[in-house]
Design a protein around this ligand. Sequence first.
Ligand SMILES: Nc1ncnc2c1ncn2[C@@H]1O[C@H](COP(=O)(O)OP(=O)(O)O)[C@@H](O)[C@H]1O
Ligand SMILES: [Mg+2]
Length: 256
Amino acid sequence: MNSPLIPDPATITPAPDPGPPRDMGSDATPLLHMERLEKDYFHEGKEINVLRGIDRTLWQGEMVSLIGSSGAGKSTLLHVVGTLDRPTGGSVSYMGEDVFRFNEKSLAAFRNRTIGFVFQFHHLLPDFNALENVMMPALMAGMGRPEAAAAAKNILDSVSLTHRLDHRPGELSGGEQQRVAIARALVMRPRIMLADEPTGNLDEETSEEIHRLLFDLNSEYNMTLLLVTHHHVLARRMKRQWEIQGGRIVKDQREA
Ligand SMILES: Nc1ncnc2c1ncn2[C@@H]1O[C@H](COP(=O)(O)OP(=O)(O)O)[C@@H](O)[C@H]1O
Ligand SMILES: [Mg+2]
Protein backbone atom coordinates (compact mmCIF):
# COMPACT_ATOMS: atom_id res chain seq x y z
CA MET A 1 0.00 0.00 0.00
CA ASN A 2 2.86 2.41 0.79
CA SER A 3 4.26 3.80 -2.42
CA PRO A 4 7.83 5.14 -2.34
CA LEU A 5 6.43 8.47 -3.64
CA ILE A 6 4.03 8.90 -0.73
CA PRO A 7 5.95 9.05 2.55
CA ASP A 8 4.55 7.12 5.50
CA PRO A 9 2.85 9.84 7.64
CA ALA A 10 4.37 8.35 10.77
CA THR A 11 7.84 9.28 9.52
CA ILE A 12 7.06 12.88 8.56
CA THR A 13 8.64 15.32 10.98
CA PRO A 14 7.00 18.66 11.67
CA ALA A 15 8.77 21.93 10.85
CA PRO A 16 9.93 23.90 13.90
CA ASP A 17 7.74 26.84 14.92
CA PRO A 18 9.76 30.01 14.23
CA GLY A 19 8.46 31.82 17.34
CA PRO A 20 7.19 35.41 17.47
CA PRO A 21 7.86 37.78 14.57
CA ARG A 22 11.04 39.71 15.18
CA ASP A 23 9.34 43.12 15.14
CA MET A 24 7.14 42.12 18.09
CA GLY A 25 9.96 42.17 20.63
CA SER A 26 10.22 40.05 23.75
CA ASP A 27 6.84 41.05 25.25
CA ALA A 28 4.90 39.47 22.38
CA THR A 29 1.85 37.53 23.54
CA PRO A 30 0.43 34.73 21.42
CA LEU A 31 -3.04 35.14 19.97
CA LEU A 32 -3.69 31.51 19.18
CA HIS A 33 -1.94 28.40 20.35
CA MET A 34 -2.52 24.88 19.07
CA GLU A 35 -1.07 22.09 21.12
CA ARG A 36 -0.79 18.46 20.03
CA LEU A 37 -3.91 18.99 17.99
CA GLU A 38 -5.36 15.78 16.60
CA LYS A 39 -8.44 15.03 14.57
CA ASP A 40 -9.60 11.56 13.59
CA TYR A 41 -12.62 10.65 11.55
CA PHE A 42 -14.30 7.27 11.40
CA HIS A 43 -15.43 6.27 7.98
CA GLU A 44 -16.98 2.89 7.24
CA GLY A 45 -15.42 1.44 10.37
CA LYS A 46 -11.96 2.76 9.54
CA GLU A 47 -10.15 5.47 11.48
CA ILE A 48 -8.68 8.32 9.43
CA ASN A 49 -6.05 10.39 11.26
CA VAL A 50 -6.36 13.75 9.55
CA LEU A 51 -4.45 15.93 12.04
CA ARG A 52 -1.61 14.11 13.78
CA GLY A 53 -0.34 16.46 16.41
CA ILE A 54 -0.20 20.10 15.32
CA ASP A 55 1.78 22.44 17.57
CA ARG A 56 1.76 26.06 16.35
CA THR A 57 1.48 29.57 17.72
CA LEU A 58 -0.02 32.50 15.83
CA TRP A 59 0.62 36.12 16.78
CA GLN A 60 -1.67 39.12 16.51
CA GLY A 61 -1.50 40.67 13.05
CA GLU A 62 0.15 37.73 11.31
CA MET A 63 -0.86 36.72 7.82
CA VAL A 64 -0.38 33.02 7.33
CA SER A 65 -1.03 30.93 4.25
CA LEU A 66 -1.77 27.23 4.43
CA ILE A 67 -1.21 25.01 1.43
CA GLY A 68 -1.36 21.25 1.03
CA SER A 69 -2.78 18.75 -1.41
CA SER A 70 -6.47 18.01 -1.61
CA GLY A 71 -7.56 15.93 1.38
CA ALA A 72 -4.48 16.90 3.42
CA GLY A 73 -6.64 18.34 6.21
CA LYS A 74 -6.60 22.09 5.51
CA SER A 75 -10.34 22.59 6.00
CA THR A 76 -10.32 20.26 8.99
CA LEU A 77 -7.59 22.35 10.64
CA LEU A 78 -9.52 25.57 9.98
CA HIS A 79 -12.73 24.11 11.38
CA VAL A 80 -11.02 22.91 14.55
CA VAL A 81 -9.04 26.12 15.04
CA GLY A 82 -12.28 28.03 14.41
CA THR A 83 -14.03 25.89 17.05
CA LEU A 84 -16.69 24.75 14.57
CA ASP A 85 -15.48 21.22 15.20
CA ARG A 86 -13.94 19.60 18.29
CA PRO A 87 -10.49 18.04 18.11
CA THR A 88 -10.02 14.37 18.97
CA GLY A 89 -6.99 15.32 21.04
CA GLY A 90 -4.95 18.34 22.09
CA SER A 91 -6.08 21.89 22.65
CA VAL A 92 -6.69 25.29 21.06
CA SER A 93 -6.14 28.40 23.18
CA TYR A 94 -6.91 32.01 22.39
CA MET A 95 -5.08 34.57 24.51
CA GLY A 96 -4.23 31.82 26.97
CA GLU A 97 -7.75 30.38 27.27
CA ASP A 98 -8.37 26.76 26.39
CA VAL A 99 -11.57 27.33 24.39
CA PHE A 100 -12.81 23.74 24.22
CA ARG A 101 -13.29 23.90 27.99
CA PHE A 102 -16.07 26.47 27.46
CA ASN A 103 -19.63 25.19 27.46
CA GLU A 104 -21.46 25.27 24.11
CA LYS A 105 -23.15 28.60 24.76
CA SER A 106 -19.94 30.37 25.83
CA LEU A 107 -18.08 28.78 22.95
CA ALA A 108 -20.64 30.06 20.43
CA ALA A 109 -20.46 33.56 21.92
CA PHE A 110 -16.66 33.45 21.90
CA ARG A 111 -16.62 32.31 18.27
CA ASN A 112 -19.04 35.03 17.15
CA ARG A 113 -16.92 37.71 18.80
CA THR A 114 -13.40 36.53 18.07
CA ILE A 115 -13.37 34.64 14.78
CA GLY A 116 -14.49 35.61 11.28
CA PHE A 117 -14.97 32.89 8.68
CA VAL A 118 -14.88 33.15 4.93
CA PHE A 119 -15.43 30.06 2.80
CA GLN A 120 -15.12 29.29 -0.89
CA PHE A 121 -18.89 29.61 -1.27
CA HIS A 122 -20.25 32.71 0.39
CA HIS A 123 -23.21 31.12 2.26
CA LEU A 124 -25.07 34.43 2.27
CA LEU A 125 -28.79 34.30 3.05
CA PRO A 126 -30.51 34.68 -0.33
CA ASP A 127 -33.63 36.46 0.96
CA PHE A 128 -31.74 39.19 2.79
CA ASN A 129 -29.90 42.12 1.24
CA ALA A 130 -26.19 42.88 1.70
CA LEU A 131 -26.74 45.16 4.67
CA GLU A 132 -28.98 42.65 6.47
CA ASN A 133 -26.57 39.77 5.80
CA VAL A 134 -23.70 41.74 7.31
CA MET A 135 -25.82 42.85 10.30
CA MET A 136 -26.65 39.24 11.17
CA PRO A 137 -23.64 38.37 13.44
CA ALA A 138 -24.08 41.68 15.29
CA LEU A 139 -27.80 41.04 15.88
CA MET A 140 -26.99 37.51 17.00
CA ALA A 141 -24.56 38.99 19.52
CA GLY A 142 -27.40 41.04 20.97
CA MET A 143 -26.56 44.40 19.40
CA GLY A 144 -29.52 46.72 18.74
CA ARG A 145 -30.67 47.22 15.13
CA PRO A 146 -29.45 50.82 14.68
CA GLU A 147 -26.03 49.97 16.10
CA ALA A 148 -25.78 46.80 14.01
CA ALA A 149 -26.78 48.71 10.87
CA ALA A 150 -24.15 51.37 11.56
CA ALA A 151 -21.44 48.74 12.11
CA ALA A 152 -22.49 46.88 8.96
CA LYS A 153 -22.52 50.05 6.83
CA ASN A 154 -19.12 50.96 8.12
CA ILE A 155 -17.55 47.65 7.19
CA LEU A 156 -19.40 47.48 3.84
CA ASP A 157 -17.82 50.83 3.14
CA SER A 158 -14.32 49.39 3.76
CA VAL A 159 -15.03 46.67 1.20
CA SER A 160 -16.32 49.35 -1.23
CA LEU A 161 -19.93 48.23 -1.32
CA THR A 162 -21.74 51.29 -0.02
CA HIS A 163 -23.65 51.46 -3.31
CA ARG A 164 -24.98 47.88 -3.01
CA LEU A 165 -26.48 47.81 0.49
CA ASP A 166 -30.00 46.87 -0.63
CA HIS A 167 -28.97 44.24 -3.19
CA ARG A 168 -29.69 40.60 -2.44
CA PRO A 169 -26.92 38.06 -3.12
CA GLY A 170 -28.58 37.10 -6.44
CA GLU A 171 -28.29 40.74 -7.53
CA LEU A 172 -24.53 40.92 -6.91
CA SER A 173 -21.53 39.71 -8.91
CA GLY A 174 -19.40 36.82 -7.58
CA GLY A 175 -16.74 39.22 -6.34
CA GLU A 176 -19.32 41.46 -4.68
CA GLN A 177 -20.93 38.46 -2.99
CA GLN A 178 -17.56 37.44 -1.58
CA ARG A 179 -16.90 41.00 -0.40
CA VAL A 180 -20.24 40.91 1.44
CA ALA A 181 -19.19 37.60 3.00
CA ILE A 182 -15.91 39.20 4.11
CA ALA A 183 -17.79 42.19 5.55
CA ARG A 184 -20.07 39.79 7.43
CA ALA A 185 -17.01 37.99 8.82
CA LEU A 186 -15.58 41.32 9.96
CA VAL A 187 -18.58 43.14 11.38
CA MET A 188 -17.80 41.99 14.92
CA ARG A 189 -14.19 43.13 14.44
CA PRO A 190 -12.83 39.65 15.15
CA ARG A 191 -9.19 39.32 16.06
CA ILE A 192 -8.72 36.59 13.52
CA MET A 193 -10.10 35.72 10.12
CA LEU A 194 -10.06 32.14 8.90
CA ALA A 195 -10.46 31.92 5.13
CA ASP A 196 -10.86 28.63 3.28
CA GLU A 197 -10.03 29.15 -0.41
CA PRO A 198 -12.06 32.37 -0.43
CA THR A 199 -11.34 33.07 -4.09
CA GLY A 200 -11.39 29.46 -5.30
CA ASN A 201 -14.59 30.18 -7.15
CA LEU A 202 -13.69 33.55 -8.71
CA ASP A 203 -11.89 34.67 -11.87
CA GLU A 204 -8.32 35.91 -11.65
CA GLU A 205 -9.04 39.62 -11.69
CA THR A 206 -11.79 39.41 -9.06
CA SER A 207 -9.59 37.15 -6.94
CA GLU A 208 -6.81 39.72 -7.00
CA GLU A 209 -9.25 42.40 -5.84
CA ILE A 210 -10.25 40.21 -2.88
CA HIS A 211 -6.62 39.40 -2.06
CA ARG A 212 -5.72 43.10 -2.03
CA LEU A 213 -8.68 43.71 0.26
CA LEU A 214 -7.39 41.08 2.71
CA PHE A 215 -3.95 42.70 2.77
CA ASP A 216 -5.55 46.14 3.32
CA LEU A 217 -7.69 44.84 6.19
CA ASN A 218 -4.60 43.33 7.74
CA SER A 219 -2.71 46.62 7.67
CA GLU A 220 -5.75 48.73 8.61
CA TYR A 221 -7.03 46.67 11.56
CA ASN A 222 -3.97 44.52 12.36
CA MET A 223 -6.31 41.65 11.54
CA THR A 224 -4.74 38.22 11.84
CA LEU A 225 -5.41 35.99 8.87
CA LEU A 226 -5.05 32.26 8.33
CA LEU A 227 -5.78 31.58 4.68
CA VAL A 228 -6.08 28.25 2.91
CA THR A 229 -5.22 28.44 -0.74
CA HIS A 230 -3.97 26.23 -3.54
CA HIS A 231 -2.48 29.31 -5.21
CA HIS A 232 1.27 29.11 -4.61
CA VAL A 233 1.88 32.66 -5.77
CA LEU A 234 -0.69 34.03 -3.33
CA ALA A 235 0.62 31.79 -0.55
CA ARG A 236 4.11 33.21 -1.01
CA ARG A 237 2.81 36.77 -0.61
CA MET A 238 1.95 36.04 3.03
CA LYS A 239 4.62 36.82 5.60
CA ARG A 240 4.29 33.35 7.08
CA GLN A 241 3.72 30.20 5.08
CA TRP A 242 2.57 26.79 6.24
CA GLU A 243 2.30 23.54 4.40
CA ILE A 244 0.38 20.56 5.73
CA GLN A 245 1.27 17.01 4.80
CA GLY A 246 0.53 13.71 6.46
CA GLY A 247 -1.42 15.47 9.22
CA ARG A 248 1.49 17.67 10.26
CA ILE A 249 2.79 21.14 9.44
CA VAL A 250 5.89 20.28 7.42
CA LYS A 251 6.77 23.83 6.44
CA ASP A 252 6.55 26.97 8.58
CA GLN A 253 8.47 29.80 7.04
CA ARG A 254 8.64 33.51 7.74
CA GLU A 255 9.72 36.00 5.15
CA ALA A 256 12.45 38.31 6.37
N1 LIG B 1 -16.85 14.45 8.32
C1 LIG B 1 -15.92 13.65 7.82
N2 LIG B 1 -16.01 12.30 7.95
C2 LIG B 1 -15.05 11.48 7.47
N3 LIG B 1 -13.95 11.91 6.82
C3 LIG B 1 -13.80 13.23 6.64
C4 LIG B 1 -14.77 14.17 7.12
N4 LIG B 1 -14.35 15.42 6.80
C5 LIG B 1 -13.17 15.25 6.14
N5 LIG B 1 -12.85 13.95 6.03
C6 LIG B 1 -11.64 13.41 5.41
O1 LIG B 1 -10.54 14.04 6.02
C7 LIG B 1 -9.52 14.33 5.07
C8 LIG B 1 -9.18 15.80 5.11
O2 LIG B 1 -10.27 16.56 4.60
P1 LIG B 1 -10.19 18.15 4.44
O3 LIG B 1 -9.74 18.73 5.71
O4 LIG B 1 -11.50 18.59 3.91
O5 LIG B 1 -9.03 18.30 3.34
P2 LIG B 1 -8.56 19.56 2.48
O6 LIG B 1 -9.36 20.74 2.92
O7 LIG B 1 -7.09 19.70 2.75
O8 LIG B 1 -8.80 19.22 1.06
C9 LIG B 1 -10.05 13.85 3.74
O9 LIG B 1 -9.50 12.59 3.48
C10 LIG B 1 -11.54 13.76 3.95
O10 LIG B 1 -12.12 12.81 3.13
MG1 LIG C 1 -10.71 21.99 1.91
